[in-house]
Design a binder for this molecule. Structure first.
Ligand code: SF4
Length: 465
């Protein structure tokens, strides 16, 4: 099914779906908390170490990128550089064209979502099949993923059963076991027919040129085993320096993403099939994608490039839990998306509302396995929007507040006058937004001024003693 562009996607969450998104996210946060605090005395120290390693790598990409290229080539892998999404998509098309292939099986890869690879290949006569179950359901529905790790967090099993029936995968049956078995049978045929498999990379190790891909379904392994050609599309920020760093990142990734000690399948890919190996691709290509990452690196929000796409910040975010992923109108939702999407899309003006979709509670920073200071980055982007004069529709003018907050006399007078609100009939207050709100809620009794008098009494008592 052809999907509509994500920009025009309107989030429509009915009560049932809203509850599913909320409960699923909350459960993810609890699982992460339980397992990480059960296993480590000081997980914050691990998060800070992981953040420091990623930050070091980002600040030395000029050294690590040539090193990665050299190691990959030594391992027999073809390296392609893509400055933007179109170049990366074209590189995939060219590789498939040279190999004479018309079908590609694809493991979950956020970066290929970012470049719109599936649509691009479809327009150029190549069938591209998503093999992650969640992504497959998104594909047959013409939908978009709404979570980095759980793409169909917004769907329930009845909706999925309907999607399978519509896609000709059997009569309606909403038993999860039946759905999974049908997907499995369907998918096995795709693996055998395709000839090429595409993955992303969770990590790319500079020291060895090894690609590490983690999944819970084993679909990346199936994508590769029978395929002649393996293409990995990788953002340049996915590099880590050494093999030994993997133990830290893999331990943090599984626990942060799904509360698992380790993701079920971890593939270490060192290159194409070697002599004497019975299966695996004969040809391997790595496409290293920039797509404005260099600009992000040069900005005051470069820390966001540490992200290892675990989704923990989405699960814990009170805004994401209510809104779900489509509300962010971009590939990367939630707190990470509120920073990354305005920067990577090249449309800062159109996405400048996203950094405002946050209460700045700081929970995202507390769970982030690479200790990204997301609230600080959101504030920097809000500041940038202000400096660039980008209007904020829906945000009330702050001029009156500025006068109140900077003039002590005006502030005190307003507190005294505030009591009048309980006396004056509501209908006489000529503010439409206030009257609309009044229709639904009772106004609490005005208690302004109590804190100041309490502070005054406290100070006086202290001075006396
Ligand atoms: S910003 Fe941190 S918590 Fe959010 S997805 Fe990235 S690594 Fe995970």
């Amino acid at each position: 099914m052809k999907r509509q562009p994500i920009d025009t996607y309107v989030a429509r969450l009915d009560a049932e779906v809203r509850t599913a998104v909320h409960d699923n996210s909350a459960a993810g946060t609890e699982k992460r908390h339980d397992v990480i605090w059960a296993d480590y005395d000081d997980p914050d120290r691990l998060r800070r170490t992981a953040g420091a390693i990623k930050q070091h790598t980002l600040e030395n990409l000029d050294t690590y990128l040539p090193e990665v290229e050299k190691r990959l080539q030594e391992n027999g892998t073809h390296v392609h550089w893509a400055s933007d999404g179109d170049t990366a998509n074209q590189a995939v098309l060219d590789i498939l064209g040279k190999a004479g292939l018309k079908k590609l099986v694809k493991a979950k890869s956020m970066v290929s979502e970012e470049t719109g690879l599936g649509e691009f290949l479809g327009e150029n006569g190549i069938e591209c099949v998503e093999t992650d179950l969640g992504e497959f359901i998104v594909q047959i529905d013409g939908d978009h993923p709404s979570h980095i790790v759980k793409p169909i967090i917004h769907k329930n099993r009845r909706q999925i059963a309907t999607s399978f029936e519509r896609a000709g995968l059997g009569d309606y049956n909403d038993d999860p076991e039946v759905i999974t078995r049908r997907a499995r049978v369907h998918m096995r045929r795709q693996y055998l027919e395709a000839g090429a498999g595409l993955t992303g990379a969770n990590f790319l190790v500079a020291e060895s040129g090894r690609i590490v891909v983690v999944t819970n379904e084993g679909n990346s392994r199936f994508c590769l085993a029978p395929s002649r050609v393996h293409i990995a599309m990788v953002g340049i920020e996915k590099i880590i320096p050494r093999e030994r760093d993997l133990s830290l990142f893999l331990n943090l990734l599984g626990r942060s993403a799904t509360g698992q000690r380790l993701t079920v399948y971890t593939e270490f890919i060192s290159g194409p099939r070697g002599q004497g190996q019975p299966d695996g691709p004969e040809e391997m290509h790595v496409i290293l994608l920039d797509n404005r990452r260099s600009e992000v690196l040069a900005s005051n929000c470069r820390e966001i490039l540490r992200c290892i796409r675990c989704g923990a910040c989405l699960n814990v975010c009170p805004v994401y839990r209510q809104a779900s992923g489509h509300a962010y109108r971009s590939v990367y939702p939630g707190p990470v998306g509120a920073v990354l999407s305005p920067l990577l899309s090249g449309e800062f003006r159109e996405r400048a509302d996203l950094p405002k979709a946050s209460s700045l509670c700081g929970a995202c920073n507390e769970v982030c396995p690479v200790d990204i200071p997301i609230p600080d980055l959101l504030l920097r982007l809000r500041d940038r929007a202000k400096v660039e004069g980008i209007p904020s529709p829906g945000v009330p003018p702050m001029g009156a507040w500025a006068v109140l907050a900077t003039q002590p006399l005006v502030w005190r007078s307003a507190l005294v006058a505030g009591r009048m609100i309980n006396i004056v009939p509501r209908s006489l207050i000529p503010v439409p937004a206030f009257q609309a709100w009044q229709g639904k809620k009772d106004l609490p009794t005005w208690r302004g001024g109590k804190f100041r008098s309490w502070m005054k009494q406290r100070r006086e008592r202290k001075e006396k003693n």
